[in-house]
Design a protein around this ligand. Structure first.
Ligand code: SF4
Length: 289
C-alpha cells in the first residue's frame, strides 16, 4: 500500500539548465512533476527507475521509505501552474516535460486529478511551444479529448517491450491496454509518440506493432545511454540482479531503431529522440510548405 502525503509547494515548473532533457536538438525548458515518489514505484519499472535516486526523492529517505512506499502530492500544483503561466514572459518558447520524476497518470490521478487540473490550466493558453505528457498508464484515455484540445500537447507513452512474460516485465494485458490507449488517443486527435525506454527484450513483431500503433514518432533508448550515468544507476538497481540477460548491450535497441527506419517511422534515439519534437512553427511551416 502506497502512503500518500500532501504538501503545499512554492513552485511547480522547474527550469532545465542541463541534463538529459536538454541534450537533444530541441531541448525542453521546464519540467512539471506534481509528486515526489511514484505510485508505480513498486511495479517492474520501479526496479530500474532513475527517479528513485534523484534529489527530490532522496530527501525523503530520512522517513525510511523505499521507492514506491510513498507519494507526496503537491496539492496546489494547478494553482501554481496558473500563476506561473500567467506571469511567464516567454510562453511561446516554453517546452514542458510532464513528468520527469513521477507518472502523471499513476493510480492516484484517478482520485486527485492533479494532471487533469493542470491540463485545464494549459488549455487556457494556446501560445506555448510544447507540452509532453509522459506516462505508461492507460488511464490517460480519460483525458484524451482535453489533451487533443491543447494545440501544443503530445502524449508520450512508454512501451519498453511487447512481451508479457519477462520475470520483471509487464503483463501482456498491460501492453495491450497501452496500445489501445495509444490508438484511442490518436483517434481523438492527440499527437502521440511512443518511448521504448529503456528497450527491453522484445518479440520479432515489435517493429510492426510500433509502426502500426497510430503514434507519429517513436523514441528508442537503452539503459546505458538513458539512465543518466552510463549504466551505473542501472547496475546498482534491483533490476540488474534479476535481469538475467545482458542489459548493457545496446544491440537490440539499435536493431529495433533500424527496423523502424526501414518502415519509414519517424524514430529518434535516446536524448536526441526525447528532445526531438520540432518547434510548433517549424512543424506548421513544414505542413504548409
Ligand atoms: S512510472 Fe516512471 S517514474 Fe514511476 S516508477 Fe515507473 S519509471 Fe519511475
Amino acid at each position: 500500500m502506497t502512503a500518500v502525503r500532501f504538501v503545499t509547494a512554492k513552485r511547480i515548473l522547474t527550469r532545465q539548465k542541463g541534463g538529459f532533457l536538454t541534450q537533444g536538438v530541441y531541448p525542453y525548458t521546464h519540467t512539471l512533476s506534481w509528486a515526489a515518489g511514484c505510485g508505480f514505484g513498486s511495479i517492474y519499472c520501479g526496479k530500474y527507475c532513475y527517479a528513485a535516486v534523484m534529489p527530490n526523492w532522496l530527501y525523503n529517505k530520512q522517513a525510511g521509505e523505499q521507492w514506491g512506499d510513498a507519494v507526496i502530492l503537491k496539492q496546489n500544483a494547478p494553482e501554481l501552474l496558473a500563476v506561473e503561466l500567467a506571469k511567464a514572459k516567454n510562453r511561446s518558447e516554453m517546452r514542458i516535460f510532464m513528468s520527469s520524476v513521477t507518472d502523471p497518470y499513476q493510480p492516484l490521478e484517478r482520485k486527485h486529478r492533479l494532471t487533469r487540473r493542470c491540463l485545464d490550466v494549459f488549455a487556457q493558453y494556446d501560445d506555448l511551444d510544447l507540452l509532453v505528457i509522459q506516462t505508461r498508464s492507460p488511464l490517460v484515455i480519460d483525458d484524451a479529448e482535453l489533451i487533443a484540445s491543447i494545440p501544443y500537447a503530445w502524449l508520450s507513452m512508454t512501451l519498453e517491450t511487447d512481451l508479457g512474460d519477462l520475470p520483471y516485465g509487464p503483463s501482456s494485458n498491460h501492453v495491450r491496454q497501452r496500445l489501445d490507449a495509444i490508438k484511442t488517443c490518436a483517434e481523438a486527435g492527440v499527437n502521440v509518440q511512443i518511448t521504448v525506454s529503456p528497450c527491453l527484450p522484445y518479440s520479432p513483431e515489435f517493429a510492426d506493432v510500433l509502426a502500426n500503433s497510430g503514434a507519429k514518432r517513436v523514441v528508442v533508448d537503452t539503459f546505458v545511454e538513458g539512465d543518466g550515468s552510463s549504466g551505473e544507476r542501472t547496475a546498482n538497481s534491483p533490476f540488474a540482479e534479476k535481469a538475467g540477460y545482458d542489459w548493457r548491450s545496446g544491440d537490440p535497441a539499435r536493431d529495433l531503431y533500424a527496423e523502424l527506419q526501414a518502415r519509414s517511422v519517424d524514430v529518434g534515439w535516446s536524448a536526441n529522440g526525447f528532445a526531438g519534437i520540432p518547434p510548433r512553427q517549424q512543424m506548421l511551416d513544414l505542413k504548409s510548405g
